[in-house]
Design a protein around this ligand. Structure first.
Ligand SMILES: Cc1cc2nc3c(=O)[nH]c(=O)nc-3n(C[C@H](O)[C@H](O)[C@H](O)COP(=O)(O)OP(=O)(O)OC[C@H]3O[C@@H](n4cnc5c(N)ncnc54)[C@H](O)[C@@H]3O)c2cc1C
Length: 315
């Protein structure tokens, strides 16, 4: 299979290929296995053809952003993992459209750098994303956000590539963004436009710093993790309740499996040390879910995305 990637499937495309690629080490957890192939397209055309060929040849195809919400199983993943880090996928442009400042960001652009750039330009709209590690595409896929707002708040349009490599642009209203989710069914987010508001850059930069300080005081940002392990569940009144608070109240902060630990600072963060394996995190997550179910009847759903060759683990 591996040699086929190079010779037939990808041989004539403008892509960089790494076979048996250590994608686990590219995630924020920095653990887990390898992918059959990591492919970095060098043009949008090559990306589109790549998706179509994967579809036609039934080759599994996944997209990795910054790896800040990903856990790779130790047995790795089959097929192709696409990384959009070529400069053609990381550009951010600003345009004035009437009274509104529009930002056009490619999916591979770094969210943290983009937040800083908008603050420097005195443009408000994604300030709430300060301190969230992500690519623009990964943030949209996860509808990332928190106390201060979500990436979808100021989204205007999202351009995707379908499984057969066709470009489609959606208005935000068509995409049904909800907590950590949307109706985006296409495999790949290529770019997005945002509506930003002009404001004084000095207080804006102060707000970015305050949000970052707020996160730092509550979350173990210096440790390896993928942010919140579980989504906040709905209570009887259909209101989201903090998964961290629920886990904390069961008294399992500090619980560990191998090198993976329930963070003492924030119970919904699983942090890992250098000896941790993907299996440690997966087992710890199952133990937390089991304990919470037994003690409260609440079913915690994964927020962390798990990739594995084993469909039972990836479910
Ligand atoms: C220290 C820390 C703090 C965090 N704090 C927060 C927080 O406050 N709020 C929050 O919401 N999250 C938080 N997270 C989680 C993470 O930052 C977000 O989920 C973020 O959106 C992940 O983006 P990414 O580019 O790293 O995506 P990845 O982790 O690489 O991928 C996540 C998912 O998005 C998909 N994806 C990535 N790029 C694309 C694309 N171009 N097209 C289609 N699908 C794509 C992947 O296939 C995967 O399913 C935190 C994580 C860490 C490590």
């Amino acid at each position: 299979m591996a040699s086929e990637f190079r010779s037939t499937l990808l041989g004539d495309l403008e892509v960089d290929i790494e076979l048996d690629a250590p994608i686990g080490s590219m995630t924020y957890f920095a653990i887990g296995g390898r992918a059959d192939a990591l492919v970095r397209p060098r043009s949008a055309d090559a990306l589109s053809i790549l998706l179509r060929r994967c579809h036609d040849d039934e080759i599994p195809c996944r997209i990795i952003g910054k790896g800040a919400n990903l856990l790779i199983d130790d047995i790795g993943v089959d097929g192709i993992v696409i990384k959009l880090d070529n400069p053609c996928f990381t550009q951010v442009r600003f345009n004035r459209e009437g009274s509104i400042d529009a930002m056009h960001a490619m999916a591979g652009a770094d969210l943290a750098k983009t937040v800083m750039e908008t603050a420097r330009h005195g443009l408000d709209g994604i300030t709430a994303m300060a301190g969230i590690p992500a690519s623009i595409g990964g943030a949209i896929r996860m509808n990332a956000g928190g106390t201060y707002g979500h990436i979808s708040d100021t989204l205007s349009t999202v351009t995707c590539l379908t499984k057969v490599g066709e470009l489609v642009t959606y208005k935000k209203e068509e995409l049904g963004f909800t907590y950590r989710s949307s109706r985006i069914a296409d495999p790949l987010i290529l770019s997005a436009t945002f509506e930003l508001q002009e404001c004084d850059p000095i207080p804006l930069r102060k707000t970015v710093k305050e949000i970052f300080a707020w996160k730092k005081s509550r979350q173990p940002l210096a440790d390896a993790s993928a942010g919140c392990a579980f989504k906040n569940p709905l209570d009887k009144n259909n209101t989201r309740v903090s998964a961290g608070k629920i886990i904390d109240e069961t008294g399992i902060k500090g619980l560990n499996v191998g090198g993976a630990t329930v963070s003492a600072q924030h119970a919904n963060f699983i942090t890992t040390n250098a000896k941790a394996t993907g299996g440690d995190v997966i087992t710890l997550m199952k133990q937390i879910q089991q304990r919470i179910l037994e003690q409260t009847g609440i079913v915690l759903q994964n927020e962390v995305v798990i990739w594995s060759r084993d469909p039972e683990v990836q479910r």
